[in-house]
Design a protein around this ligand. Structure first.
Ligand SMILES: Nc1ncnc2c1ncn2[C@@H]1O[C@H](COP(=O)(O)OP(=O)(O)OP(=O)(O)O)[C@@H](O)[C@H]1O
Ligand SMILES: [Mg+2]
Length: 256
């Protein structure tokens, strides 16, 4: 394979091999894995009550995949995203991201890794209401030490990529729900993450806004090869993903 690699391919390592004759065989799952989870268990305990939220989940996500995670409320989807992304701990099993086990990273390294390589579109990571859209978007860059002028420039580019360049100085209150969701996406993408985790990214949106947000995620997936893992109840979202992982009661029951 390497011997037949052309100079053009060497110059463009990110280019998806779509027109390549290998495509039929090189299914999504055979791409280099970015996340490998094996036998993940997670139990929540509060007082007498134990909830076994993840019961031995095995999941491999290939670089550049766009995966939907679906299943009934309470089946463990958010818990799965939290544990796979290193936001929350787990009780058993192993998660490897880009070849490194999460368990082998200390807190600081995990945080640093997240800031550099991951983006989050989570409803619990709300925008700060008292600062403008561009200030919200540049926040992760400032946190990871990017100089302010450079952070501002990249934040404006990111807002532009979600079609909100002209709303940069607006505060969340002065934007619609769909626009705020796009600001959240601009913030998640500002560091050009290899891996984006989204939990119900279209949850609070009307049909028009959710179509826009979806089109944006799909474009970034295709053009930049960014990997998206999207928890969703929305059939429109799942239909756009090349792979649908179905969970029930803490387990993966279907993967197509
Ligand atoms: N912090 C917690 N403490 C105790 N139990 C929890 C906690 N977080 C989640 N759970 C329980 O774990 C199970 C899985 O929850 P999770 O939030 O992952 O579900 P979900 O599939 O994301 O559901 P939804 O579609 O409603 O968002 C649920 O039974 C929930 O009650
Ligand atoms: Mg959830």
């Amino acid at each position: 394979m390497n011997q037949t690699t052309t100079k053009a391919e060497q110059r463009m390592p990110q280019e998806p091999a779509e027109e390549n004759e290998q495509t039929d065989h090189a299914t999504e799952r055979e791409r280099a894995p970015i996340v490998v989870a094996s036998q993940i268990h997670k139990t929540f305990r509060s007082g007498e009550i134990e909830v076994h939220a993840l019961r031995g989940v095995d999941l491999t996500i290939g670089t550049g995949e766009m995966v939907a995670i679906v299943g009934p409320s309470g089946c463990g989807k958010t818990t799965l995203l939290n544990t796979l992304s290193g936001l929350d701990s787990f009780d058993g099993g192993e998660v490897t991201i880009e070849g490194t086990s999460l368990a082998k990273m200390n807190d600081r390294r995990r945080t640093d890794y997240r800031a550099r390589r991951m983006g989050f579109v989570f409803q619990s990571f709300n925008l700060l209401p008292v600062i403008s859209a561009v200030e919200n978007v540049e926040m992760p860059l400032l946190v990871s030490g990017v100089r302010p002028a450079r952070a501002r420039k990249r934040a404006l580019e990111s807002l532009d990529s979600v079609g909100l360049a002209d709303r940069a100085s607006h505060r969340p209150m002065q934007l619609s729900g769909g626009q705020n969701q796009r600001v959240t996406i601009a913030r998640a993408l500002v560091n050009h993450p290899a891996l984006v985790w989204a939990d119900e990214p279209t949850g609070n949106l009307d049909v028009g806004s959710s179509t826009e947000v979806l089109a944006l995620m799909q474009r970034l997936n295709k053009e930049r090869g960014q990997t998206f893992v999207i928890v969703t109840h929305d059939p429109q979202v799942a239909a756009l993903c090349e792979r649908i992982v179905r969970m029930e009661d803490g387990e993966i029951v279907d993967d197509e």
